[in-house]
Write a protein that binds this ligand. Structure first.
Ligand code: HEC
Ligand code: HEC
Length: 374
């Protein structure tokens, strides 16, 4: 027998010994990262959440360059469906360069806070923001009304969704309703299933053959992610985010100052007339604005940013609120080599430098990649 077949045979014999084992607790954590896709949830602050005419209206608006006024820019100019609704840039670029990385719009339904600093408490309010923002679309309620009135289809959808003729509508209410239609459309955007989801389901079903389809390296990375790496403390659940705000030691200097993150996010949210405490909330503010009502600006929130979900990362580089990390390898090395001083200066208590070796970096990266579709 030549050397190669012997080696191959030996590998085949020992391979099962190296199969990654998961104990009861690990299995429970893995189970908690699914099922995928999640059941649809409606937003009770938005009466057209789930409404078919509103979804179609919102989809057309999303791709309409007229909405951007003379900058001829649509939502899709920055949120490109071919890149999981991001733009591939370090930070967004509208009329001028923005301070932050463009977020994906997948899996937003049911989230509590929106934007890297949680500047909004509903998807519809977050959707009004870019329309008015001077550095983005720089439009006005009157301009938006003109656009809606200018197209037969828009007028039709508007009446179907809101039971009023757009022409008779007050322009501010119309703007809010445009935000609600855009939100109804975005709520339908969900990540496709990933190799991780297949592995999770196979593990729960005890289907060894299906489990073996998932690369060993990703399995070892998964074990690190939920174990030693403590990543799932913040990146939890089917979306891999607790939806709250943390500081993982990404410097928050921006040209001309600092980005105060959640600290300023709370101030902006409380000052926003379109928040859930205001008159445009369609639901019962006693129930659905509890979280907003209890917010207070607190110094601890300086430099905290929203924990992003981790699906579709293969398509959404670069990473972090300022787009400062170009690859998944860079992100994993960041957590591995975390600057002790930065960590001590306010980064979250769960974090300590992981000091991973090269193979562990590769494994964790392979796991993160496995959260994207094939
Ligand atoms: C000029 C580029 C640009 C345009 C145009 C733009 N966005 Fe964004 N979008 C961004 C950036 C950058 C962020 C992150 C903002 C932040 O956190 O401060 C963002 C964030 C969001 C979020 C928050 C997602 C989350 O995870 O919380 C939503 C929702 C959103 N945009 C929807 C829209 C809609 C709807 C439109 C069109 C009306 C639009 N955007 C137009 C750049 C853009
Ligand atoms: C203390 C909570 C916490 C822990 C623990 C944590 N993260 Fe994060 N993660 C965050 C926050 C917050 C951000 C965004 C930080 C920013 O932009 O300033 C982030 C960003 C990321 C991103 C970038 C995603 C994007 O779309 O930009 C990846 C990838 C990531 N984390 C992976 C991991 C891995 C792998 C681990 C474990 C080694 C881990 N995280 C541990 C909170 C955490």
């Amino acid at each position: 027998m030549s050397f190669r077949p012997v080696l191959l045979l030996a590998l085949l014999l020992v391979a099962p010994v190296y199969a990654v084992e998961f104990d009861q607790r690990e299995r429970a954590t893995i189970a908690s990262h699914g099922p995928w896709p999640p059941p649809p949830v409606l937003d009770d602050s938005n009466r057209v959440s789930g409404n078919k005419a509103a979804i179609r209206f919102g989809e057309m608006l999303f791709f309409d360059h007229a909405l951007g006024g003379d900058s001829r820019m649509s939502c899709a100019s920055c949120h490109d469906p071919g890149r999981a609704f991001t733009d591939g840039r370090t930070t967004g670029f509208g009329r001028t360069r923005l301070a932050r990385n463009t977020t994906s719009l997948l899996n937003l339904a049911g989230n509590r806070w929106f934007g890297w600093g949680g500047e909004n408490d509903s998807l519809w309010a977050q959707s009004i923001r870019p329309i008015l923002a001077l550095e983005e679309m720089a439009s006005t309620p009157l301009l938006v009304k003109k656009i809606v009135l200018g197209r037969d289809r828009y007028r039709e959808y508007y009446r179907d969704a809101f039971s009023v003729a757009a022409a008779d509508e007050d322009s501010e209410i119309l703007l809010v309703n445009v935000g609600k239609a855009l939100a109804a459309y975005q709520e339908t955007l969900v990540s496709p299933r990933s190799p991780f989801d297949d592995f999770r389901d196979a593990l729960l079903a005890g289907d060894e053959a299906a489990m073996a389809q998932y690369p060993r390296s990703a399995q070892r990375g998964l074990k690190l992610f939920i174990g030693e790496g403590r990543c799932s403390v913040c990146h939890l659940g089917p979306r891999f985010s607790n939806g709250e705000f943390e500081n993982v030691g990404i410097p928050f200097q921006v040209p001309g100052g600092v980005d105060p993150g959640r600290y300023q996010g709370i101030q902006k949210l409380l000052a926003n007339p379109y928040n859930r405490l205001g008159p445009f909330n369609d639901g019962n503010a006693q129930d659905n604005a509890v979280a907003t009502r209890s917010l207070r600006p607190d110094d601890r929130n300086r430099g905290r940013f929203r924990v992003p979900g981790l699906r579709d990362l293969v398509e959404t580089a670069p990473y972090m609120h300022d787009g400062s990390l170009g690859t998944l390898d860079d992100v994993v090395r960041h957590y591995s080599e975390l600057d002790d001083e930065l960590a001590g200066a306010g980064a979250d208590r769960f974090l300590r430098p992981l000091r991973l070796d090269d193979r562990q970096v590769e494994d964790l990266t392979a796991f993160l990649r496995s959260l994207s579709a094939y």
